[in-house]
Write a protein that binds this ligand. Sequence first.
Ligand SMILES: Nc1ncnc2c1ncn2[C@@H]1O[C@H](COP(=O)(O)OP(=O)(O)OP(=O)(O)O)[C@@H](O)[C@H]1O
Ligand SMILES: [Mg+2]
Length: 282
Amino acid sequence: MTAVIDTAATNTPATNTPATDTDVIDRRPISTRTAVELRGVGKVFGRGADGVTALTGVDLRVEPGEFVVLLGASGCGKTTLLNLVAGLDRPGAGTVTVHSGRPAVMFQEPALLPWLDAGRNVELPLRLSGMGRAARRERAGELLDLVRLGGQARKRPHELSGGMRQRVALARAIAATSSGAGSDSGGGLLLMDEPFAALDAITRDFLQGELQRIWRTTGTAVLFVTHDVREAVRLGQRVVLLSSRPGTVVREWDVADDTDRAQLTDEITARLREVISTHARA
Ligand SMILES: Nc1ncnc2c1ncn2[C@@H]1O[C@H](COP(=O)(O)OP(=O)(O)OP(=O)(O)O)[C@@H](O)[C@H]1O
Ligand SMILES: [Mg+2]
């Protein structure tokens, strides 16, 4: 499915368009294929003197299968940007184009349905996509194994720890990415808004490792939001720094396998501090 969210478009959110098999196939040449493209995106909340400009002139691309981390200070518009890509909100200027099926979103809080057990929470996006009962039960089992929660499928959210709940949410998000576009159409898109921020350091470290492993296994594109530079450098193939409000892209760094991550962390931290202090003086 190719969803273009344009300010000139009608009020019907493009993400409501039913995905059919033909929608999924992007017939443009591979070189021009992207998972997500934002061009000149702006967003203002409210009007006139009370209006808050959250984003201005944001240009960003995410390639299929790429892991991009969006880094920025609190309040710079990261969640706003993710909501635009998720189709939960519309830009005030520019265009947001998503070429990868309906994106899956993972928030800071796990947002599981408390009356469903872990397995059925994971099954939910599969059920919504019309997968039959036996197939989705099997797939949910595989995904729970993937996040190392095999054997916990019948537990309800309140019986799990915070880190385990976040792992169920991760399994559900992966179920949603693969049920929308089909994993053979170049992978889906996973949008993550500081998903590990509320966790203790050890659980966070563990889940960062799990996410990396799962990303390599599934080939999904990831757009991951954080304000933690170390997390950004550890996870991202590319780190995109947003300025303080109004958010706009200040700089990007590629993170290669042989990059000195400690040095890059220092460099990005210095730049982030600069961005924050420039904003404080403005
Ligand atoms: N629905 C809304 N109505 C009015 N203002 C909003 C709304 N959503 C966000 N804002 C404002 O837009 C700005 C950006 O908010 P956003 O939540 O995108 O920041 P953020 O970068 O995600 O911050 P954090 O790291 O703290 O989560 C903030 O000034 C916020 O107050
Ligand atoms: Mg936020």
